[in-house]
Design a protein around this ligand. Structure first.
Ligand code: UDP
Ligand code: MG
Length: 302
C-alpha cells in the first residue's frame, strides 16, 4: 500500500478537492492507497472537513494537532501514522502535480527507495524570495554536501527510509535535508510548481527567514566555525595595527581614529560570535528538554 501524507494548515478549500483528485488518480492506476491528512492546528474548518471526508471515504485518515506546530512536525506525524510500504509527501494545495505520484510509485516498484521531486520551474516567486532561497539553499548544500537547490518536500520514501527517519530522536529537524542525509537508492522525478488552486500561502518573508535560520543551525555547525575564522582575521589585523602603532609613535600621527575603529570592529565580531554560539546553546537546551515535536489531539479513520 502507498500512504500519501498531506500536511494541511488552514486548507478548508483544498481538503475535499485534494482527496478527490489524488484518490481518482491512484484508483485509475490500481494503486492501493491511504491519504493521511495532518491538520497542523488549523483555525478554519479544515479539521471538520477532514472528518467529513474520512467518513465518506475509508481511504482517508486524519490527524489533528493541538496547535500549529509547523509543516516539518506535520510531515513527521504523517510518517509515524502512515502504514504504507512506501510513503509520498505532498502539499495539500496541489501545487505539487499529483500525477507525478504515479511516476514516483513506478520507480519505487523498480527498486528505488527514495524518489526525490525536483523543481524544474519554481513557479511564481518574488525577486527577494528567490534571492533568499538561493542563499539558503547554497548554505544548506554546503552543509549537507548535496545539491539542494531544487529539492522539495515532495518525495517518495520506502518503508525502510520511513522507519529510519522515525527512529531519529532529534526535535529540531529539517525533513528535506534529513531525507538526503539517510542515503538509500535514489531516483529523481522533475516537476513544475503549479499555481495554488485555492487558499493562500502561509509563508511571509519573515517566517521564511526564521525557517532558514532554524534549519541551517539544526543541520550545520558552519556558522560556529565562523567565530574561529573571524578570530584569526582579527589576530592578523591586530598585528598590522601594532605595526601602525609603533610607526605612529615616531611619526606623531594621530592614531585615535584608527584605534577606535579597531575596538569597534573587535567588539562587533565578539558580540556576533556570541550570538551565533547562543543560538546553538538554545538548540541544545531545546533538545535536552526533550519535548515532543508535536501533540496530537484527535485521530479519525484509523
Ligand atoms: N503547512 C502546514 N503547516 C504550516 C504551514 C503550512 O502544514 O504551518 C502546509 C500547507 O497547508 C501546505 C504546505 O504546508 O499543504 C505548503 O504550504 P504553503 O502552500 O503555504 O507554502 P508554499 O507552497 O507557498 O511554499
Ligand atoms: Mg503551496
Amino acid at each position: 500500500m502507498l500512504s500519501v501524507i498531506l500536511p494541511s494548515y488552514n486548507e478548508e478549500k483544498m481538503i475535499a478537492l485534494a482527496a478527490e483528485t489524488i484518490g481518482g488518480i491512484l484508483k485509475s492506476e490500481n494503486i492501493d492507497y491511504e491519504l493521511v491528512f495532518v491538520d497542523d492546528g488549523s483555525r478554519d474548518a479544515t479539521w471538520s472537513i477532514i472528518c467529513e471526508v474520512s467518513q465518506r471515504d475509508n481511504h482517508v485518515v486524519g490527524v489533528h494537532f493541538s496547535r500549529n506546530f509547523g509543516k516539518e512536525a506535520a510531515m513527521f506525524a504523517g510518517l509515524e501514522k502512515a502504514d504504507g510500504d512506501c510513503v509520498v509527501i505532498i502539499d495539500c494545495d496541489l501545487q505539487h502535480p499529483p500525477e507525478k505520484i504515479v511516476e514516483m510509485y513506478r520507480l519505487w516498484e523498480q527498486g528505488f527507495e527514495v524518489v526525490e521531486g525536483i523543481k524544474e520551474d519554481r513557479g511564481r516567486e518574488s525577486f527577494l524570495h528567490r534571492g533568499f532561497a538561493n542563499l539558503f539553499y547554497g548554505l544548506m548544500s554546503k552543509a549537507t554536501g548535496m545539491n539542494m537547490a531544487d529539492a522539495s518536500d515532495f518525495k517518495l520514501l520506502d518503508r525502510k527510509v520511513v522507519d529510519a527517519l522515525n527512529k531519529m530522536p532529534e526535535k529540531n529537524v529539517f525533513f528535506r535535508a534529513l531525507s538526503f542525509w539517510v542515503g538509500f537508492k535514489k531516483a529523481e522525478v522533475s516537476y513544475c510548481v503549479r499555481e495554488r488552486v485555492a487558499g493562500e500561502s502561509k509563508w511571509s518573508t519573515k517566517s521564511l527567514i526564521k525557517y532558514a535560520l532554524r534549519n541551517i543551525t539544526s543541520f550545520s555547525c558552519a556558522p560556529m566555525q565562523l567565530a574561529t575564522v573571524l578570530g584569526v582575521l582579527m589576530l592578523c589585523g591586530s598585528f598590522a595595527a601594532f605595526v601602525v602603532f609603533i610607526v605612529s609613535l615616531f611619526s606623531f600621527v594621530n592614531s585615535v581614529a584608527g584605534l577606535s575603529c579597531l575596538v569597534l570592529l573587535s567588539g562587533g565580531c565578539i558580540l556576533s560570535c556570541l550570538g551565533i554560539i547562543g543560538t546553538y546553546i538554545a538548540k541544545i537546551y531545546e533538545e535536552v528538554k526533550g519535548r515532543p515535536k508535536y501533540i496530537i489531539s484527535n485521530i479519525v479513520g484509523k
